[in-house]
Write a protein that binds this ligand. Sequence first.
Ligand SMILES: NC(=O)c1ccc[n+]([C@@H]2O[C@H](COP(=O)([O-])OP(=O)(O)OC[C@H]3O[C@@H](n4cnc5c(N)ncnc54)[C@H](OP(=O)(O)O)[C@@H]3O)[C@@H](O)[C@H]2O)c1
Length: 340
Amino acid sequence: MAKKEKYNVAVVGALGIVGREMKSTLERKNFPVNEFRPLGTKRYEGKEVIFNGKPCKAFQADRDTFKGIDIAIFSAGGAASKELAPIAAEEGAVVIDNSSQWRMDPKCPLVVPEVNPQDLDWHNGIIANPNCSTIQMLVALKPLHDYAGIKRIVVSTYQSVSGSGKVAFNGLKNESEEFLSTGKVSNTAAYEQQIAFNCLAHIDVFQEGGYTKEEYKMVNETRKILDKTIKTTATCVRVPVFYGHCESVNIETKNKITREKAIELLEKAPSITVMDDPENNVYPSPIMTNNLDNTLVGRIREDDTIENGLNLWIVSNNIKKGAALNSVEIAETLLQRNLV
Ligand SMILES: NC(=O)c1ccc[n+]([C@@H]2O[C@H](COP(=O)([O-])OP(=O)(O)OC[C@H]3O[C@@H](n4cnc5c(N)ncnc54)[C@H](OP(=O)(O)O)[C@@H]3O)[C@@H](O)[C@H]2O)c1
């Protein structure tokens, strides 16, 4: 039972790609909102955001703007979360943070509600929402891990540009238009190299051993959320797709799992839709996830190059399950567990 009938909810970064989706997710899921408070940078101060048909004034996020807030959902980047999430928590709000700032902090639970809702019970005011690629992978792998015990994951991602925010989203649009009309791209505003009609094996900054930070996020977040013994190796690639991330995932399990058993388990799992009918060319693609909450899984094949191996193709909407939807589901789970 929730403690209150309705809650005061702030969204920091409310006018960004994820923030807008956050607002519409709260609306369409009928989240019990008393006051909706959109927070942003100075340039949005005073702007009106319509929530459930009512105009709500946006404020520049600072200490005072969290007063009276029960739940503060952050999607404004790491710097804003680092500075403002502890302030919001001090003011009494439960923070759900979409940036990578708090994910590996041992005091902060990192939660996918279908996988580890119990971790919400030990929150200290700040809860981290995992990386978009980690969320969709783990929501699909959880039932397979429970059945067969995953030892190792080899994943390659194909990630859309909306995953890098509105500058990158507009960058793909502008580059595509320019390339189609002139045959070249004069200004690569979104990434180091042209993204239109290209693929970039580079997401977030390069780190030790030649891996990127995005690749390490998948390795470390999988351990924190699902099982600390799982070994993961990742290659993360940005592709010229507007919405939806795809993943080619190979798992090695302790016990045998057949294609038929995997399909049976995934069909019963929450938030998953199996699309796997090779004879009729049925398999998931990112465009299918434009208006979809569920994560799609297809191309399920036994890998007979190892003793117990399975290949899967996992596709999800990075703005929904990868960010806004998972955050709102965390908020719903907090209410169900009486934690706000
Ligand atoms: N896109 C995804 O698929 C995805 C998935 C998971 C997590 N995330 C995370 O979610 C966050 C937002 O991503 P996004 O894609 O929505 O980016 P975005 O489209 O660039 O939006 C970010 C918004 O936050 C605002 N902002 C920046 N600094 C702020 C501050 N100090 N105080 C208040 N507002 C501030 C920005 O305002 P201005 O317009 O004035 O700069 C902008 O409106 C990032 O941390 C990202 O890593 C994104």
